[in-house]
Structure formats: C-alpha cells, structure tokens
Design a protein around this ligand. Sequence first.
Ligand code: RUQ
Ligand code: CUA
Ligand code: CA
Length: 642
Amino acid sequence: MSGNETKDIHPAIDPGRRKFLGTTAMAGAALGLTACGASQSSGDKAAAGSAATAASSGHDAYEVPPGKLDSYYIISSGGHSGEVRILGCPSGRTIKRIPVFNIDPMLGWGITNESRAIIGTRPDGQLKYWTGDTHHIHGSYKDGTYDGKYFWVNDKLNARVARIRGDTFETDKITELPNVQGQHGLFSDKRDPVDAAINYTTRVFAGAEFHIPLPNDGRDEESPDKYGCLFTCLDANSMDVRWQCRIDGNMDLVATSYDGKLAASNQYNTENGIHYEDMMSAEQDACVFFHVARIEAAVKAGKFTTIGDSKVPVVDGRKEANADPKTALTCYVPVPKNPHGVNASPDGKYFVCSGKLSPTCSVIDLALVNKWFDGELAKPRDAVVAEPNVGLGPLHTAFDGRGNAYTTLFLDSKIVKWSVDGAIAQFKGDAKAKVIIDAIDVHYQPGHGFTSMGETKEPDGKFFNSGNKFSKDRFLPVGPLHVETEQLLDITGEKMKLIHDHTAYPEPHDAIIVRADIIKTRQIYDLNEFPNAVKTKEESTIERNGNKVHIRLMSQAPAYSMREFKVKKGDLVTITLTNHDKVEDLTHGFGIPKYNINFVVNPQETKSVTFVADKPGIFWCYCTHFCHALHLEMRSRLIVEA
Ligand code: RUQ
Ligand code: CUA
Ligand code: CA
C-alpha cells in the first residue's frame, strides 16, 4: 500500500470508519457493512431532503412527462434472474426485459424451437441449461463509441456469453466457454474493426473467476496447485471461442483499451486460495494485463496447448512463463488488496482498479504498461500513477469526461467524486492537490455505478446511476425479500445531486447508459427472414409423416388460419405460427392448456413449438396477448384423439 491513508479525507467521509479495513478479516468487513447500514439512517433524511431540493429546482430537466421519451437507454444485467433489462433514463422506467439464460413464457423463451436452439439442447432434446446469472453487459463500438448493433452479456453460473441484437433487443447467440467456471467479467473490443468485411467490433474478452482443475474431470480435486483460471477471447461475429490464456490467480472484471492493444482483469485472489481467509492473506493482489497482439501471434504460430476435449488454443500467461517483458503475454501490476472492478477512463489513458478491502483506487497508466512490455519500465508496479484514498469499500469507478472519477463505496454507502489529475499530482508529492471533490449518500451499499456514455469516447457527464445492493426502507415493504434500489444522480455540477430512486428486481449488477439516438430498433420483422414462414393461406396445412404431424398456422387479428386441427394421442406435433399482421405493436400469443406451450409472435415473425400430444381431449389454443376487440374469441381447437 502507498501508506497515504490519512491524507485527503473528505469531510463527508467519516474517518472513524476507516479502521474497519487494513488487514481485518472478512468478518470485520462484514461487520462494517452492518454497522454502516445501521448508522446510515440518520444520514438518510439529509439525503432525502437534498433529493427534494434537486427535484424542485431542476424538475423539468429530469421529468419525462406523459407522451415524451427518455433521452437514454439503460441496458442492464439482471443478475441471477438470468435476464437483461432495458430502462429509460432519466425516468427509470423499465421498458423491456430480455430473456437470455432464463425461461420466459411471455416471449416463449425456452419454449419455442428457435429459442431452444439458441440456448442449446442435450441429445435427448432437453434444454442443456435453463438458468444463468448475468453481471456485465457491454456493446459493440465504432470510432470509440457505441454503434448500437450488439450487446454481450456474461453468465457467471454456467460460463456462457450471450449476444443481444440492438435492432430487436433479443438474444441471438449463446456460447458456452470451455475449461472455465464463474465466467464473470466481460468487455467487448473498443478498437475499430481491422477486417473490412466486418463492420463492427471483432472480439469479446471474458475473465473467469473460479479456478478449477484443468481438465475438470474428477482428477486433481484435492490439489489446488493444479487448479487454473483462463481468460477467454471470443469472435464477436461467429461467437466462437478464439483462444484462452491461462493465468495465475483468478479474475474479476474486464476492461479493454480503445486501441485494441490491451485487455485487463483485476484479481483479488493472487494467493490462489480456496478459502476466503487464504484469498485475503496478501496485502497486494494485481491487475493482470493481456498483450492481445502477442497472444494472437502465439496462437497463429502454434505456441499453445489444448485442455481435455476442448480444441480451443490455450496459451500460457502465468508469471513464471512471462518473466521477460519483451516476449511476455501478460503483465501483473500489483495493486492493494482484493481489488474489485477495473474501469477504463474515456480519454483512453488509464484503467482504475478499486481496492475493495483497501480504501484506495489504483490508477494505472496504459502507456506505462505498454512501456513495460517494450522492456522500458523497471517494474509493473511503476505503471501505477495514483492511488488516492477515496473511502471504504470502493468497488467500481465511472467517469464524466471532465477528468472526474466517481467511485461506489460499498461500506460507506456513498459515491465519491474525485479528480484523476488531482490524484496523480498528489501521488507525485503535491500535498495541496485537490483530490476528493464531493461525496453523496446512496441507499444503500452501492455495487456498480455508471455514467451516461461514460464507457465511450463521448462521455457527456450528465447522469450517474448507482446500483445499490440493499434497499431496506426506500420502498413499501414486501416481505423478507427486498427489491434493490437504483439511484440516479445529476453530475453536471460540482456537487452531485440525487434525482430519484427506482426499484430493480434482484439483482442487476452492471449497466451502460446509451444515448437514445444510437439505438435503431425495428418496428416489425420481415416474413422472408424466417425460412419456415407460413407465407400464404395455401401454405397453412397439416402434414402427417408417420406419427409426426406438422401444423402450419397463420395469425391475423382476430383469428388463426385454422379453426381446429386434429392429431392422435402419441403424435409428435410441431406447430409453426407466422403472424401476418403488419401493424407495429400487433403481437399475438399462442397458449395450449395442459401442454406448457406459451409464446408470442410479433408482426411478420415466425416461431414454432414441438410437443408430444400425450393427453387426449379438446384443448383451446388461445391468443394470450391482447390484440383486438375480439382477442378473447381468437382461438382454435386442438383435438387430440384417443
Ligand atoms: S461485480 S458489484 Cu459481478 Cu460487476 Cu461488482
Ligand atoms: Cu391475437 Cu390476442
Ligand atoms: Ca487477495
């Protein structure tokens, strides 16, 4: 640690709480959490008061009146709900929930054949996985800013990466990563495409958190020294895994540089511990940097191994194998202690690692990391150009494009605003440098915080969203399980202003705030993009092939193209449904009682379901999505003959 703990403590941060950290065990940190939550309530009133002032003075700027649209999309993960959400900013309204790794009858996700093919099935036809845990979502870039084409999100539970289309806000691909568990951090390439045929971001980087025996096939369970962790690179187009890099320790979040040269992941367990005391034993952990071009050259030159059944090239990024900077694939920059989060500044110069168990943020200069790789910097630690004290439990940092950083303080339940240049000057020895500019209470225990366009070269410094992990008394009580609080701050001024709270169903982690004009969604689908579309009344038929029956249906408000369809008990039935309505927003549903069939078709969209007709009787297939004055009458009879 840099030993400057007592310097520059902002009056808004109670220095008394500092003693919770240092070398205390996790039990101490957990105690700090409770104590901090309890002591918060007196501060709440003040914060609520300032929110009211902000709302009354700047009312027009934040309110989105009836009939008006939000100026930003918040594209947010949904945590262990397995989904992704779209919210409006500044209203905080939930606009859409996108099923990704979960099952969602509203859409029919996990029910239709098309979604099941994306999620992946086992040889017996069952879904391979039906649950997931999304944490980090990032978009495709062009010229250093979002192009609105794609978004990628991780699944920590089953080690997958999914892609969401920006024109439909639906999941179109899911890839399972080999050889890893706890796939946590994820970030897309920010460099401009190098391949002319590819008009968007070309790579997605993913950091795995849990180390496992390699291969993980029942060998070496009791030999942690044989455990390993891999950093993964995917091709953004094909979503195939390009390569993996084995490292020491484990990974947490991922950041990428704007020039495509460096990717990095913070590491809280350089100790390779398998119990939490072990994971906290060292005073310093690291931020590991990947020299992407060298790794890709090594893969091209065949300098890799493979693990188990996987064909993915694995290069060796462990410290011992990378001692010579001039050939190193990785660089381990030491930072204090169990850092959480690594975030890139929008000027492209720095990555900031938040200390979590240290009250500091480490500012790492990317030019100096590149210098180390060129053999011109003595030690990786020399790439750290600032390490300001910001408060207790710093987790994630966002930027406003005016040189300020905003760090979430989990234990202090605050957002602290600090100057990057001020911190660098202070680190160089300028005792008068102004580092901490402001701090504000949030409610409570913030995890991620993110600014409008803050992860692009066009940060506009207008809004900061604090994703709070505890809501306690902020909303009507709804039983033991509480909702989470997202709080929006106006960051246009010197002082931050709390604008409003909105609820978040547990539990979103990270999000990005994207300017509304960047997103270009479609109003309807195109019939021709579905090879199985039922295009005309003549194509609406029932075909039998042995015990396989294919019912080809159309919907057009307020009717399906067939009033009834007969099958025999035991038939394997496929129903393909094309929605012929062309009007925006005219979605139909299709539900079959007792058969677990429930999905929607949007205008000009085709979907299909397959099931065994194992129950004889009459089953009213009905439209589940209100579409017309005769919506209730919109139904057909499925007759299953005994
Ligand atoms: S981690 S609360 Cu999954 Cu993004 Cu930091
Ligand atoms: Cu069609 Cu309701
Ligand atoms: Ca550690």
